[in-house]
Ligand binder design. Sequence first.
Ligand code: FES
Length: 256
Amino acid sequence: MVFEPKILGFLCNWCSYAGADLAGVSRIQYPTNVRVIRVMCSGRVDPVFIAEAFMNGIDGVLVLGCHLGDCHYINGNYEAELKMKMLSKTLSMINFSDRVRLDWVSAAEGARFAQIVSDFTEHIRKLGPSPVKNKKVKKEIIDNLNAVKFALCDTRLRALVARQRELTTDGNVYGEIIPTEEFEEILDNAIENEIIRHKILEKIKNKGKSVPDIAKEIEIEPHKVLRHIVTLRARGLVDVDQINEEIPTFISIKEV
Ligand code: FES
């Protein structure tokens, strides 16, 4: 049986949705695999929506907005570009980044809309069904997607992405401009740290564990685990469970 991917399409109201409409009115043929959600602007698409779509078994996600410079909210599509970049970095850690695409379609580009949908559907068909549908690995994949969602929800990370353009072009309050490569490195580290923190929280969800035990389970050095535990305690997500022979165990105290 031919695999028919389920694709979710977020289309901005002012350009891409109108482009899709034009494709329909012009009777241009294209695959029917995309389920459309109309949003006011591509910048409205929170990367968390996409992580949740994948958790629900969607095979691919298309985000379509106005061409750069044409956004009806001035820079919504530039914001979308930055958010999708953060999402792509995060998803690449669990081999999911190939299943998302951001592109631009104007209200006059019905044919372009049909072409993008056809190409993306073919691309997802080649990748095959989402691994979430595979019962053998479903739990592991959902755990990974949960870690991605945890990272994407982090307010510090979101604030960093929101200020990316300002910090790399205009500079911080002292007028210092952060070179793009340096900013990318900061972002990569922040994402990686959030994913590790989520792994730690998963390990101590139901039972308190010591730093060396957690370190062994998630295969990172104990001093790094301790650093993350300190951060998680400061956020009110972790507390000391017991102290046995001067060695504390830590437990997660909040559902994430
Ligand atoms: S209004 Fe279309 S991308 Fe912002």
